[in-house]
Design a binder for this molecule. Sequence first.
Ligand code: FAD
Ligand code: UDP
Length: 390
Amino acid sequence: MEHNYDAVIVGSGFAGAVTARRLAEAGKRVLVLEKRSHIGGNAYDSLDGAGVLVHRYGPHIFHTNSEAAWRFLSRFTEWHPYRHEVVGSIRGKFVPIPFNLHSVDLCFAPGKAARLRERLIAGYGLGSRVPIAELRRQSDPELRELAEYIFENVFCHYTEKQWGTPPDAVDPSVLKRVPVLVSEDDRYFQDTWQGIPAKGYTALFERMLDYPGVEVRLGTEASERLRVGEDRVYLDGEPFGGVTVYTGALDELCGCSLGRLPYRTLDFQFETLPVTWFQPKGTVNYTVDMPFTRITEFKYFLGQDLPGRTTIVREFARDYAGKEGEIPYYAVKNPGSDRLYAAYLKKISALPRFYLLGRLAEYQYYNMDAIVARALERADEILAGWEATA
Ligand code: FAD
Ligand code: UDP
């Protein structure tokens, strides 16, 4: 088959779509291969039967301190100024998470709460973010007791449900994502820029990919058209001399020949209910009981005015087994999986102009903004390489 693409990109999530747009704006012809029936990767959203815009692969809230990422995406969307708030359901009370000074007030008797507040502020400073592991190392007995309370009621059971292992077996960077906040800021994220695309993520992706030179093939598993040899990439059976950007799972690219990289997957249980609102905040984390980790009520995100109906989703986590229809959502990072990833990297190291990009391909726990920022940098690097060889 004749083709004249400068670049082939596998995947149309943030990694693939941002790169495609950037390369096309520089005049390159880009083919995007996407195995799902839609663009947007895990950020994909669509209206359900009740008219609620739901995130089909779990709740996605955009937040960033990267001005480059924010500016770039703002070319394709207006933002609804949503500020995500999460509460933990702790023995019948809804308590702000990250655990903060308001949470202290809700969980302890007034005299004790006042003392804990004072000690947190004196020990760490107002506004600080303290990883739970650090708080647990406290020498002050009252603060250590607080740390154990938070560990037991916020982290321990949720983490076991999410990762299938006790918290000590989880990479420490994971729990650091949700520090204890010495502040009265009830927002889940404190980044400078945050919001939800006003018309949803899918509309954002449609605009991003609508550009001369970008051709998107949906429902196309990359291996149907692209094959990687030891030192060469083939497109439709012919050697491909252009750039390849792969945003899928690296073990799957290599036929899992060295064994599977461990991932956690999620089962989503969507439900539409005949009430205007179901819960007090966008997300409630079930940190003590229930088999699911959290419930998200989508109407909060865009403030949709739909009286008498609402849609929620419950998330159930389990190991990814690579079965048909399963999606690897979370890389399970540990020394063993890092070694296996490095071995796969070695296998593809001789491929010329071949780039791995994104949460799956890089086997990292990246948020959307990190992927956008990385894709922008990687696209610049690819374009600089082209200029150098032109
Ligand atoms: P993906 O979105 O996974 O896109 C990869 C694409 O490649 C997919 O469309 C896939 O179908 C396609 N693909 C893979 N292999 C092949 C193949 N062989 N052939 C063809 N196509 C292929 N981030 C935030 O910033 N805020 C949040 O609130 C947030 N919430 C999240 C909630 C959940 C439940 C999860 C799982 C993630 C969340 N994230 C959030 C992270 C966010 O989803 C990722 O950062 C982002 O989607 C990564 O983009 P990506 O392009 O790397 O990967
Ligand atoms: N976590 C927890 N309890 C909570 C919130 C988070 O134990 O109420 C832990 C859990 O291990 C989780 C990790 O912190 O996997 C990161 O949480 P985050 O909200 O960033 O997870 P994500 O939204 O990416 O699933």
